[in-house]
Design a protein around this ligand. Structure first.
Ligand SMILES: Cc1ncc(COP(=O)(O)O)c(C=O)c1O
Length: 391
């Protein structure tokens, strides 16, 4: 390997965080001047903003007309747990997980809800579990895009159309980047800070008619806290799906989400967002393919995420965690790349965010710096090792 020289050009914006993700190109605080700040969230003006966020979501994400959309507390986690706590327990459940967040839903199902009839299917970092184990008469919980492993499900073909179950899909880093198979999904959740670079705090919960029916006809055996309640006395809380939130939302965050949706529309909507993520991810995968030091964590092409590309080190003889830490230091102190390390429980390496708000030129600049940072960090570690041996 020839030692790469220190690159001359930095990314114009070095932010590659997986969440909160980078603000969209052209974002400015001034875009938020119309926020209904200081207004009561039940006022006509504030509810109109919340309802607009729901309506614009439906339009841009192409949510089927008979699905209902709510803005809920607790970010994506709140939305997923809301669905798990209110809908599960009626029949058998399969939970599929292959990285950190999916594994959180396993913990909820096993340790908190203590579901009786539960099958857990766990894949290692870099692989999917066996989705052929899913059954049309058992509920399912899964993550569409594993943000911490760079592995996504390519489709929902494993779930038959003729089914009698509830499929809960954590789509938080997939919603604006990947094609969702709506007819196979009864609950879809995400949060504003993933992919769209919105402000964090709120969750989005989208439910199918089947999920609405489950909420109206089934009462779980465990207590359901107020922030999870979507129905009472067998009636869905219709207001929740019209912008009457359960508790107080941030109207500044709502405005910021609306601003991100405006940008999405300006660039061409969902297709453009998908295309930007695809072509951004390709820059990184092509570079990894040609690299003599990096390889993708996800081995199967069809399962590779287009938002968080995870790479690991080919050379397994070095201390990967130390190498990652030093590379991140070098990238950060040169303002060439921020927040692009592997998740703390994932194999060491880099996780480079490639969602729609990221600019291709910034990725092209980052990869030069990553080559330089790897070579520099590795050379330092070798020198240290040699000095220690000699000393
Ligand atoms: C797949 C997935 N699920 C859940 C979460 C948690 O999201 P939040 O912080 O919005 O609750 C994340 C965050 O990165 C995620 O990537």
């Amino acid at each position: 390997m020839t030692f790469p020289s220190k690159p001359a050009t930095r990314p114009a914006n070095p932010r590659f965080s997986p969440g909160p993700t980078r603000k969209h190109p052209g974002w400015s605080l001034q875009n938020l001047e119309d926020a209904a700040l200081g207004r009561n969230h039940r006022s006509k003006a504030a509810v109109a903003k919340l309802k607009l966020a729901i309506d614009r979501t439906r339009e841009i994400l192409r949510v089927p007309a008979d699905y209902k959309i709510a803005i809920v507390p607790g970010s994506d986690t709140g939305a997923v747990e809301m669905a798990m706590w209110t809908m599960l327990g009626k029949q058998g459940v399969d939970v599929f997980a292959w990285e950190n967040f999916g594994k959180d839903w396993v913990i909820d199902a096993v340790e908190q809800l203590k579901l009786d009839d539960l099958n857990v299917h766990v894949g290692d970092y870099g692989e999917l579990p066996d989705f052929n184990q899913a059954k049309p008469d058992r509920d399912v919980v899964f993550t569409w895009n594993g943000t911490t492993s760079g592995v996504r499900v390519p489709n929902c073909d494993w779930m038959p159309e003729d089914r009698d179950n509830i499929v809960i899909c954590d789509a938080t880093s997939a919603a604006f980047a990947q094609e969702l198979d709506w007819p196979k999904l009864d609950v879809v959740t995400y949060s504003w800070q993933k992919v769209m670079g919105g402000e964090a705090a709120h969750g989005m919960l989208i439910i199918s008619p089947r999920a609405q029916k489950r909420l109206e006809t089934f009462t779980p055996a465990w207590p359901v806290p107020k922030v999870f309640r979507m129905s009472s006395n067998g009636k869905l809380d219709e207001g929740l799906f019209q912008g009457s939130t359960i508790n107080t939302p941030s109207l500044l965050c709502v405005e910021d989400y609306l601003d991100a949706l405006d940008w999405a529309e300006e660039i061409g909507g969902l297709d453009a967002l998908h295309a930007r993520a695809d072509s951004n991810a390709k820059i990184i995968y092509d570079w990894i393919e040609a690299s003599d030091w990096a390889e993708p964590l996800c081995k199967n092409d069809a399962e590779r995420s287009n938002t968080g590309v995870c790479l690991v080190f080919k050379d397994q003889s070095v201390d990967g965690a130390a190498l990652q830490a030093r590379m991140l230091e070098l990238l950060a102190e040169n303002e060439a790349g921020l927040d692009c390390g592997a998740y703390r429980t994932a194999p060491p390496g880099l996780r480079i965010w490639t969602g729609g708000t990221i600019e291709a030129d910034d990725l092209k600049a980052l990869i030069q710096w990553a080559d330089w940072a790897y070579a520099t960090a590795r050379a330092e570690m070798m020198e240290d090792g040699a000095a220690r041996k000699a000393g």
